[in-house]
Write a protein of this length. Structure first.
Length: 325
């Protein structure tokens, strides 16, 4: 599906229907063509309307998570991998979608398989009369790439929230060791997945600031793409910081397990002492000596048993008071 939006810096922003030719464009009129699930016919139509090379819209990276950046005379084209929240709320790994950008001086084309929420959010935020028409194609692309990076920061915030939830559950003493460990492993895989996606896109964000690409940009656009490279690096650092959060949750989890193990060992040790006392008393009175207490009969048995019980009860109360258990 092909949608076109004309941003007029001195008039009205509106959605337009593309005919056989483009609307009249100028320094205050910028055209954005957004194509969802593009077909071969859509790409051919774009090539004809924009008078661009076949490769600009037909060339695709060989792998789903592979990117490209190239110039094609009057335009620049590159591919990125966008993410969005999965439909299944229980799933942690986001859904990935390939998105291609092709832009000239006064127009921008985005092509992607399926809906991309951040593109829709950009348009919804900018409803009404805006000054976007005063931007060049490179300026609009820079704004869209900012939103692209925001989706990764949102994913990083979700990881932080997950780590906070895990830490609270661990500190609360919830008996969910295996479940907590599975969530920690899932979060770790999620961070690694996001970092791999960003890593393959690094050549695009850095490449837009290359001399051979910048020569086709105006001065304002050059500053935009240079700031994009810095923002990309900050985004990468934020997500990489998620590793430390997950490592901290894992350390807290292992510390909690060690504490539980120590508590169990202390209790087993105390139980062994109590059983040892009972065994010692039974051994003493089981010795083959003719003593007066041995002739006390059933009354002597119950007296010894009561004395041992009182001693063990006192020892248990003392252990509880001193927090030995």
């Amino acid at each position: 599906m092909l949608n076109a939006f004309l941003y007029d810096g001195k008039g009205h922003d509106r959605e337009v229907t593309l005919g056989a030719t483009l609307p009249r464009l100028s320094r205050q009129k910028l055209l954005w063509i957004d194509v969802t699930s593009p077909t071969a016919e859509d790409k051919t139509r774009l090539r004809t309307l924009l008078k661009i090379s076949d490769a600009a819209v037909f060339e695709e990276a060989r792998e789903r998570h592979e990117t490209r950046l190239a110039t094609f005379g009057n335009c620049i084209a590159f591919d990125l991998v966008a993410i969005q929240a999965p439909e299944d709320k229980a799933a942690r790994t986001p859904v990935t979608r390939k998105v291609s950008y092709v832009f000239g001086d006064l127009w921008v084309v985005t092509l992607h398989d399926g809906e991309l929420p951040y593109l829709d959010q950009f348009r919804q935020q900018e409803r009404g009369e805006t000054l976007i028409g005063g931007l060049t194609g490179a300026g609009l692309v820079s704004s869209l790439l900012d939103w692209h990076l925001d989706t990764f920061l949102t994913a990083a915030a979700a990881i932080e929230t997950l780590c906070d939830d895990i830490d609270v559950r661990i500190l609360a003493g919830a008996r969910a060791g295996e479940e907590v460990l599975r969530e920690i492993v899932t979060a770790r895989r999620h961070v690694a997945f996001l970092l791999r996606l960003l890593e393959v896109q690094r050549p695009v964000f850095y490449g837009l600031a290359r001399a051979d690409i910048e020569v086709a940009l105006d001065e304002d656009a050059k500053s935009h793409v240079e700031s994009l490279a810095r923002r990309f690096e900050r985004t990468f650092d934020v997500i990489q910081g998620g590793r430390n959060l997950i490592r901290g949750s894992f350390d807290l989890h292992t510390a909690r397990l060690a504490e539980n193990t120590n508590t169990l060992v202390r209790r087993l040790t105390f139980l062994s002492v109590m059983l040892g006392i009972v065994g010692a008393v039974a051994g003493i009175f089981g010795m083959n000596f003719d003593t007066r207490i041995a002739h006390m009969g059933e009354a002597g048995f119950w007296a010894v048993l009561a004395a041992v019980a009182c001693f063990l009860a006192s020892l248990t109360l003392l252990a509880g008071w001193r927090k030995w258990l």
